[in-house]
Design a protein around this ligand. Structure first.
Ligand SMILES: C[S@@+](CC[C@H](N)C(=O)[O-])C[C@H]1O[C@@H](n2cnc3c(N)ncnc32)[C@H](O)[C@@H]1O
Length: 266
């Protein structure tokens, strides 16, 4: 069947890197179209040599596998850079091979900062005990097994330690969140990244770390608004409601809370 002319023109222009803006026939170049996000807005961060270099270090950690989530990485690096100006340590729950954390440490020249980075992961994929019934029904366990079988989740903690060996004050904590949370030995946190792809561990980690976050600290959720991760959004919204804050949904699929520098009226 023939494609209608307008759709055909749109299709050809898209392939060539152009888009039709609001169906007007004005051409917009330099479209960002990655990772579920299409935007005509400025994304010149992608040309920033320090961004490129940090992203490359992330790729080195993930053995060159590129998920092309540039705008998400931009958000991660921005939050980490802001957090580096605060007192307090960094924490990531859900590390895998270390893409994001390696990019951050490279970007911030970690060894000159007097901060610790706590990295928590089972290094064995999801823990069935901490999946909700809804997540089980959605087939998350089967997806998890497929990723493990394909080598997408890192099970060799030795390889992870080797990746991070160039940096000081890195604490790799193997085991299931929430059970391992008390092993994070810090009184103050400036940056918390939650990226475990499941609701209960993320909610429990958010609750556990909230009192330790310094005013102005960044709590970033990798999947908060991401399509197909609704259980996480429900769990995080419930945490936020009880805490008296709200989550900023980002068009990248991430969610962000900045801890207010004042006491919260619930
Ligand atoms: C999407 S990956 C993390 C990606 C990582 N942030 C990066 O920068 O590449 C999700 C990770 O969460 C881990 N994970 C899932 N459930 C967990 C739990 N209950 N406790 C600890 N880690 C968990 C998995 O083992 C997996 O490595």
């Amino acid at each position: 069947m023939m494609m209608p002319l307008k759709r055909l023109v749109k299709h050809v222009l898209n392939i060539c890197g152009y888009t039709l803006y609001r169906n007007h026939f004005s051409l917009v170049t330099n479209l960002y179209n990655e990772d579920g996000l299409q935007s005509i807005h400025n994304h010149e961060f992608m040309d920033d040599p320090s961004f490129i270099s940090a992203y490359k270090r992330g790729l080195k950690a993930s053995s060159g596998v590129d998920s092309r989530f540039y705008w998400r990485a931009h958000v991660v690096l921005w939050a980490a850079h802001c957090a580096s100006k605060l007192k307090g340590d960094f924490v990531e729950c859900g590390v895998n091979k270390g893409f994001n954390s390696s990019a951050i440490m490279h970007y911030l020249n970690w060894n000159v900062l007097n901060k610790s980075f706590y990295l928590l992961d089972t290094f064995n994929g999801m823990d069935q005990r901490f999946l909700t019934e809804e997540e089980m029904l959605q087939g998350k366990l089967e997806i998890n097994q497929k990723i493990l079988d394909a080598g997408g989740y890192e099970c060799n903690v030795g390889a992870v330690r080797a990746n991070f060996s160039e940096w000081q004050r890195v604490h790799i904590i193997q085991g299931s969140v929430p059970e391992t949370l008390p092993q994070v030995r810090t009184e103050e946190i400036a940056y918390l990244h939650l990226d475990m792809n499941c609701a209960i561990p993320e909610q429990r980690a958010a609750e556990f770390f909230w009192p330790l976050l310094v005013p102005g600290a960044f709590m970033l959720f990798d999947d908060y608004a991401y399509k197909g991760y609704d259980s996480q959004k429900v769990a995080i919204d419930s945490f936020a409601h009880r805490t008296g804050v709200t989550v900023l949904a980002l068009p990248t699929g991430q969610g962000l809370i900045i801890k207010p520098p004042f006491s919260i009226q619930k």
